[in-house]
Design a protein around this ligand. Structure first.
Ligand code: ATP
Length: 263
């Protein structure tokens, strides 16, 4: 499914600002795997997601999706395989389009052909039903511009859209970090539902340890561009926040973000 083999990325090589963000990192995700990624500040988590998405090229190593090497594919060329929800709620949706227009774009992206341009009644009914399940009152606002929604509502919509598109890989980049605790909890639950309903192969970066433990079947901890701790499904089920902190404690010089323990 996703196979990352010894990828390296150094920013500003050969200068005083040189930073080795990815240091020979390897990771394999099988179909349906949901891996949560935690780590110290500057550990390389966002760089890893950027490398998979094609926003950044790697210096060496390979990235394969479904057995196909994608290193040379640019971000827009990989977009058909990859769905991404960012920390910034404004990043994943088109603010000047309505809720139903955003959703129908997502549905169209997920289908190779056949869907007409117009919004059918059947499709609207489906949107209403899916939006209703979010319990945010959006089902009655299909024609409202997305720019008018709150951050939490937009993140929920972005997730719903990612589910419709059915990407081969879903990248979640601290997608609840900018939300208040209540909305973050709602979006966390929605993430769980959409990923499991779609059986989506997912890589999620978070600073929130509770969330890293609640979601997903595997967990990795990064430091200085490497994976320094890995938990498979069985180990992850037994892990606690205290256990994770103990693992962090073993890493010399690792600084935990203040947000790490916030729920
Ligand atoms: N575009 C860039 N140009 C230069 N250096 C960069 C760039 N992006 C990341 N870096 C550096 O690469 C290292 C890894 O950064 P990255 O953002 O991937 O870490 P992170 O684990 O996501 O950190 P955080 O948890 O603080 O968001 C850091 O030292 C960072 O300063």
């Amino acid at each position: 499914m996703l196979s990352i083999d010894r990828i390296e990325k150094t920013f500003f090589p050969g200068t005083v600002n040189e930073r080795r963000a990815l240091a020979g990192l390897s990771l394999r995700l099988d179909e349906g795997d949901f891996v949560t990624v935690i780590g110290s500040n500057g550990a390389g988590k966002s760089t890893l997601l950027n490398a998979v998405a094609g926003r950044l090229g790697v210096d060496s190593g390979s990235i394969e999706i479904d057995g196909r090497r994608v290193n040379r594919l640019r971000e827009f060329q990989r977009a058909r395989y990859i769905g991404r929800v960012f920390q910034d709620p404004m990043a994943g949706t088109a603010p000047n389009l309505t809720i139903e227009q955003n959703l129908s774009l997502a549905v169209r992206r997920g289908q190779s052909r056949g869907l007409g341009r117009s919004l059918t009644r059947k499709l609207r009914d489906r949107f209403r039903e899916e939006l209703g399940s979010l319990e945010l009152g959006l089902e009655n606002r299909l024609t409202a511009k997305v720019g008018l929604l709150s951050g939490g509502q937009r993140q929920a919509l972005s997730l719903l859209m990612a589910g419709f598109t059915h990407p081969r890989i879903l990248l979640l980049d601290e997608h609840t970090a900018a939300l208040d605790p209540q909305r973050a909890a709602l979006v966390t639950d929605l993430t769980e539902r959409i990923v499991s309903q779609g059986g989506l192969t997912t890589l999620m970066v978070t600073h929130n340890m509770e969330q890293a433990l609640q979601l997903g079947n595997r967990l990795i901890m990064m430091h200085e561009g490497r994976i320094v701790f890995e938990a498979d499904a069985e180990r992850k089920r037994k892990l606690t926040v205290a256990g994770l902190l103990a693992e962090f404690g073993k890493i010399k010089g690792a600084q935990l973000d203040d947000r790490a323990l916030l729920t």
